[in-house]
Write a protein that binds this ligand. Structure first.
Ligand code: HEC
Length: 278
C-alpha cells in the first residue's frame, strides 16, 4: 500500500467544497495563507518554482539544469513557428498583435462571447483553425514550443486571473474547476488536493510532492524524465493517471475550467515559464 500515508492526510482540504460557496477572493486568501503557514521559509514569489521552492538539495540540482536549459532550443523553435506563414500568408502573430510585450499573462480568461474559459494553447489552435490550418497536438511538440516562446516573453508578469462577478457562467466555470481539484476519483479515491494540498513536501516513492500554489506559473516545462517540452494539460493528464482515473482530453472544458481555478489560486505570483523539471 504505497499510497497509504497520503490517503490519511487527504482529509485536510483547506477550501470547503460542496457546502456553502465561498467567494473566489476568500478561497484565494485561504489558499495563500495555508501555504505561507505550511512553508514559512518560502518567500511568496518563490512558489513559482514548484518543488524547488521547498527542497534545498533538489533546488541545487535544478539550478544547475537552469544554467544550460534544455528549453532554450524550444523557445527558438517556437519563435520560428510563431512567425511561420500559414497557407493564406497570415501567421500566429496576426492573432496576437501584442505578443512582443507579452500575452501569456492574459490567459486563462473568461470569454463572454464564447461563454468559455480560453487558455493560451486553445487560443493558438483557434487562431490556426480560423486561418484554415489544422490544430496542433496539445501535449508536446510545436504547440508546446510556441507556448514556450510566448511564456518566455511574459516572464516576470504577474498572474492576475479575473473571475468576472457579473457573469454567473464565469463563476460556474470557476466552481467547476475547483470541484475538479477537490473531487476524489479513480481507484485510489484521491483528489488533486490529496497530494498537492494535503501532502506537499512529502515523498511519494522517490518524488517530492509539490505545492499547488504556483504550480502553473512555469509552464510549459521541459521535463527531464519525459525528455521534451510539455504542456500543463499533459501534467493534468499524467496526474489523473496517477489516480488511476481516466484523463480528460487536453483543452477539454473540464481541463480549461481546472486551469482557470488553478491559475486563479496563484494570482500574485510571477509567470516564469518555460521551466525545467526533473
Ligand atoms: C498521488 C499523488 C498525486 C495526485 C493525486 C496528483 N498529483 Fe500532480 N503531481 C504529483 C507528483 C509526484 C508530481 C511531480 C512533483 C511535483 O511537481 O509536484 C506532480 C506534478 C504535478 C504538476 C506539475 C508541477 C510542476 O511544477 O511541473 C501539476 C500541474 C500537477 N501535478 C497537477 C495535478 C492535478 C491537476 C491533479 C488532479 C487531477 C494532480 N496533480 C493529482 C502527484 C500527484
Amino acid at each position: 500500500m504505497r499510497f497509504a500515508p497520503i490517503a490519511l492526510l487527504g482529509a485536510s482540504l483547506v477550501l470547503g467544497v460542496g457546502g456553502v460557496q465561498a467567494a473566489p477572493e476568500d478561497d484565494l486568501m485561504a489558499f495563500r495563507n495555508f501555504y505561507e503557514q505550511r512553508f514559512p521559509d518560502t518567500p511568496f514569489d518563490d512558489f513559482a518554482n514548484g518543488i524547488y521552492s521547498i527542497d534545498k538539495s533538489r533546488r541545487e540540482e535544478w539550478e544547475q539544469m537552469e544554467e544550460f536549459p534544455q528549453y532554450e532550443f524550444d523557445i527558438d523553435a517556437g519563435e520560428e513557428l510563431f512567425h511561420e506563414p500559414f497557407a493564406n500568408g497570415k501567421s500566429l502573430a496576426d492573432c496576437f498583435p501584442d505578443y512582443e510585450s507579452g500575452v501569456r499573462q492574459n490567459y486563462p480568461h473568461w470569454d463572454r462571447e464564447l461563454g468559455e474559459v480560453v487558455t493560451m494553447e486553445w487560443a493558438i489552435n483557434r487562431c490556426r483553425e480560423q486561418h484554415d490550418e489544422k490544430p496542433l497536438e496539445y501535449y508536446k511538440g510545436p504547440l508546446a514550443q510556441i507556448s514556450a516562446y510566448l511564456a518566455f516573453l511574459s516572464r516576470g508578469k504577474i498572474i492576475d486571473v479575473k473571475i468576472p462577478t457579473d457573469d454567473p457562467r464565469a463563476l460556474a466555470a470557476y466552481e467547476d474547476g475547483k470541484r475538479f481539484y477537490y473531487s476524489r476519483r479513480g481507484q485510489l479515491n484521491f483528489s488533486c488536493a490529496s497530494c498537492h494540498v494535503g501532502a506537499p513536501g512529502m515523498l511519494l516513492r522517490a518524488e517530492l510532492l509539490g505545492p499547488a500554489l504556483g504550480q502553473v506559473s512555469h509552464f510549459p516545462v521541459y521535463r527531464k524524465t519525459w525528455g521534451e517540452i510539455t504542456t500543463l494539460h499533459r501534467s493534468y493528464a499524467a496526474c489523473s493517471r496517477q489516480l488511476r482515473a481516466a484523463a480528460f482530453k487536453a483543452q477539454s472544458r473540464e481541463y480549461r475550467n481546472l486551469e482557470f481555478f488553478h491559475t486563479y489560486m496563484s494570482n500574485g505570483i510571477p509567470f516564469n515559464g518555460p521551466g525545467s523539471r526533473h
